[in-house]
Ligand binder design. Structure first.
Ligand code: NI
Length: 174
């Protein structure tokens, strides 16, 4: 497996703003991408990663929440319920977090690493991570969805307890 470069907004790479096309078939090349993304995401560290963040415009995401590893192609939210408001960060927008409102619970339909159609139920952080990653597939960043621009904060100006409460791609620091 290979650690991939994570594209950040300051690179002005249009891949982060493009709507990514669907995966036709989960073949070996898609599986290799999924494996490389998972390794890159865990090393970052983060709880989610979308293929456009590694400069591949395809509808593929990886997630790790509560030691559950998800490798998903063509993920779609088919059901949602409730709302949650919380801080999020993004590996492609380093150094800042902001408040975003998301569905509290979702059901997501996607193809897994073997190309089988699955339904994944997510609540809380898992639901938030899946919504954040699907946004990346549509060229949307969390900074587009802030409840209020004033909630955008620099991580280096927050204390450790505040940073630990941050959800999304920014994992609690070790
Ligand atoms: Ni992100």
């Amino acid at each position: 497996m290979t650690l991939l470069h994570i594209v950040t907004v300051d690179e002005d790479n249009p891949v982060l703003r493009r709507r990514a096309p669907r995966v036709g078939r989960v073949d070996d090349s898609v599986r290799r991408l999924m494996d490389d993304m998972m390794e890159t995401m865990i090393a970052a560290p983060g709880v989610g990663l979308a293929a456009p963040q590694v400069d591949v415009s395809l509808r593929v995401i990886t997630i790790r929440v509560d030691n559950q590893l998800l490798y998903l192609a063509n993920p779609e939210i088919v059901k949602f319920e409730g709302e949650q408001i919380g801080y999020e960060g993004c590996l492609s927008v380093p150094g800042v977090v902001g408040e975003v409102k998301r569905h509290q619970k979702i059901v997501c339909r996607a193809l897994n690493r073997h190309g089988q159609e699955k339904r994944i139920k997510g609540d809380g952080l898992l639901a938030r991570a899946i919504q954040h990653e699907i946004d990346h597939l549509d060229g949307i960043l969390f900074t587009d969805r802030l409840t209020d621009p004033a909630t955008l904060r620099r991580v280096d100006e927050m204390d450790a307890a505040e940073v630990q409460q941050v959800e999304g791609e920014v994992a609690a620091p070790a």
